[in-house]
Design a protein. Structure first.
Length: 646
């Protein structure tokens, strides 16, 4: 028996099964029959590339129809990033430049395809357009390579980003290209379909990476609107990329309203998918899917209910169940059996569980930096928990300190256990018991919770992670497995960014309510403590309030310098500061005595540098330089100091 009996999990290596055993799901039919869905969104392993392959084959067989495929390689997308690096100052700049450049690239691909057609090519004004075609076709073998070379040729390193964007449309001659397209489409009834896949190749969730993809999607949306009679463009995006665009581009959801199709798989579709492939793999002529399945399994795995037993350790994605069953069939083959049994499933399930957990970490590492820490807090316990039990595990993480700045900052921003639970639900890690349906409801699309989590709520870690986390739980019954539902009708929200912005905004606003002087001294100390924890997360640890030895009932803040970025490393190297002192002064107008007082602390691990935080309205940094010491006063704390150098 071959290693992958049911086919390869990568569409490009699974052509035989895609040709002979492809399942035409409702999502596939919706894309074919509806012309208003230009964006198909799905998590890893939901079959996006398989859909593209079959759509490509189906559409090419239609009369008067062209298909243009955009499927960049990893190195090409990485190379394209350099062309937009000049605009990285602002996300809006990257998006604007990307949209114009991708519009040019798509126009040129369409014009080149039209030019090669024996009839449509005659509708082009070759005197005008042929030089553009020659330049484009000789610039490289793929769209992304050609586009990168074109961008380099029209951008000046000396011009400001705003000036480049303002001139880009003219330099790319977009009006000329649009006129050429209009001359063809006004006289022809041919249809051009653009299929864009593998946009996650070389993708990084930063300003440039997100902006480049956002611009591309916006260019396709504009193309569909402008040439709706002749052109249909469809982009296939991973869910985490879609979420990143939504977070960074406030206009995105408005522009794509009604144009997004989310891929959804249920147990019925997955059963038919497996049986279609199994029928081909074992060369069966049996038409009944249940009989095909029963011929390959034994014991409690028989029937649709038995299939659900195998399905319970997946995220209801084709890749999950194919990997699980491929491994199980391989195990059975090694023991000279033609049918799989429960132990085959169980032995392959642990590796699948570990892979799913790794995928979860990788997919959300930039959106949810502290995810791995919170998930680890649930290990070696019970899979089903009360809210209080879950909160207790989460509090231990919230009270911890982490060397990675992004992780520490994420932990500080989240603040409360219920915010963490909202995020863990949004990525499908935990489900919440729904009294109305008497089942646990899970979300597998990275969306956020639409219902409140009450004190009496019950949580369940998704079964696909149980083995990887060594969780203890009674065996799921068939009914329990069937009752694990996905929640698809929830509005997408940027909980991570919203919480971060809300926390920073709240801290900045709170300072306005604290009076200066002795009356507000304690509140100001607490405020500084929270601000320092947030701003210096990961760089400073063991941040604590210490009584001021010179002033009764006043406290300073002391923290350990981790020396893990250039600023704090220099503080340690140049000033020998291992323990950082923040002297808190809830008044303005520092005197020489204030500086002398702080200077008296500077010895041993405190080194030769300290900070004073005070209420002076002047926003400039002041310093007192002694023979061996340096004291910096931060006069008016604001968002200005929430910078990466700290």
């Amino acid at each position: 028996m071959k290693g992958n009996l049911l086919g390869d999990i990568r569409a490009e290596n699974d052509l035989q099964m895609l040709e002979s055993a492809f399942l035409e799901t409702s999502d596939y039919k919706a894309i074919l029959e509806s012309g208003d869905r230009c964006l198909v969104v799905g998590r890893r392993g939901t079959g996006k590339s398989a859909l593209v392959y079959r759509l490509n084959k189906h559409i090419r067989a239609q009369a008067k129809t062209f298909v243009i495929n955009v499927a960049p390689e990893e190195e090409q997308m990485i190379g394209l990033r350099s062309a937009f690096a000049k605009f990285s100052e602002k996300f809006a700049y990257v998006k604007a430049a990307s949209k114009l450049c991708w519009r040019y690239a798509v126009y040129m691909e369409i014009i080149s395809a039209v030019n090669g057609h024996y009839k449509l090519g005659k509708l082009l004004d070759h005197v005008v357009i042929q030089p553009y075609i020659n330049e484009w076709k000789t610039s490289g073998r793929t769209v992304t390579v050609r586009l990168r070379k074109k961008i380099k040729s029209v951008m000046s390193e000396l011009d400001a980003p705003e000036e480049i964007i303002g001139d880009l449309s003219d330099k790319l001659d977009l009006d000329t290209l649009e006129h050429a397209l209009y001359s063809v489409f006004s006289k022809a009834d041919q249809k051009i379909v653009i299929l864009a896949d593998r946009l996650d190749e070389g993708y990084s969730p930063d300003v440039v990476g997100i902006g480049v993809i956002d611009g591309f999607v916006q260019a396709l949306i504009d193309l569909n609107s402008k040439y709706s009679r002749n052109v249909r463009a469809i982009a296939f995006l991973r869910d985490n990329m879609f979420r990143s665009i939504v977070i960074n581009d406030p206009d995105f959801t408005r522009n794509i309203e009604g144009q997004v199709l989310r891929l959804h798989w249920d147990d019925y579709d997955l059963f038919n998918l497996v049986c279609n492939r199994l029928r081909i793999a074992i060369n069966s002529r049996q038409e009944n899917n249940v009989k095909v399945w029963n011929g390959a399994v034994a014991d409690i795995l028989k029937g649709r209910e038995g299939f659900r037993v195998a399905l319970r350790l997946t995220l209801y994605r084709p890749r999950d169940i194919l990997v699980l069953l491929n491994n199980a069939f391989l195990k059975a083959s090694s023991q000279d059996r033609n049918t799989i049994i429960v132990s085959d499933i169980e032995q392959s399930a642990k590796s699948v569980s570990e892979n799913r957990l790794y995928d979860l970490f990788k997919e959300y590492e930039n959106i949810f930096p502290a995810l791995q820490e919170f998930v680890s807090g649930f290990s070696s316990g019970s899979a089903e928990l009360s809210i209080e039990e879950a909160n207790s595990k989460i509090r231990q993480i919230l009270e911890g300190e982490f060397s990675d700045p992004n992780t520490q900052r994420d932990v500080i921003v989240l603040e409360k256990p219920h915010k963490v639970l909202q995020r863990l639900y949004g990525i499908g890690f935990v489900g919440i018991y729904d009294e109305r349906s008497s089942s646990f409801v899970f979300c597998h699309d990275g969306r956020e919770l639409s219902k409140e989590i009450g004190e009496s709520s019950r949580l369940l870690v998704h079964p696909c992670y149980w083995l990887a986390l060594n969780l203890k739980q009674k065996e799921l019954s068939i009914q329990d497995a069937e009752d694990i539902h996905d929640e698809y009708d929830i509005e997408v929200s940027s909980i991570s960014q919203e919480q971060r912005a809300a926390t920073i905004g709240r801290i900045i606003e709170e300072i306005k309510e604290i009076p200066e002087g002795r009356g507000g001294a304690h509140d100001f100390e607490e405020w500084c403590y929270q601000a320092i924890k947030l701003v210096f997360a990961g760089s400073l640890v063991n941040i604590e309030m210490h009584p001021n030895k010179n002033k009764l009932q006043q406290r300073d803040i002391v923290a350990t310098n981790m020396s893990n970025n250039s600023f704090w490393q220099r503080v340690f190297d140049d000033y020998k500061v291992r323990q950082v002192v923040f002297e808190i002064k809830n008044y303005e107008g520092l005197t020489a005595a204030d500086y002398r007082q702080v200077n008296s602390y500077l010895h041993n691990d405190y080194g030769n540098l300290a900070f004073i935080v005070c209420r002076d309205p002047d926003n400039n940094l002041n310093a007192l330089v002694g023979r061996k010491s340096f004291i910096l006063s931060i006069k008016k704390w604001s968002s200005k100091y929430h910078t990466s150098i700290w």
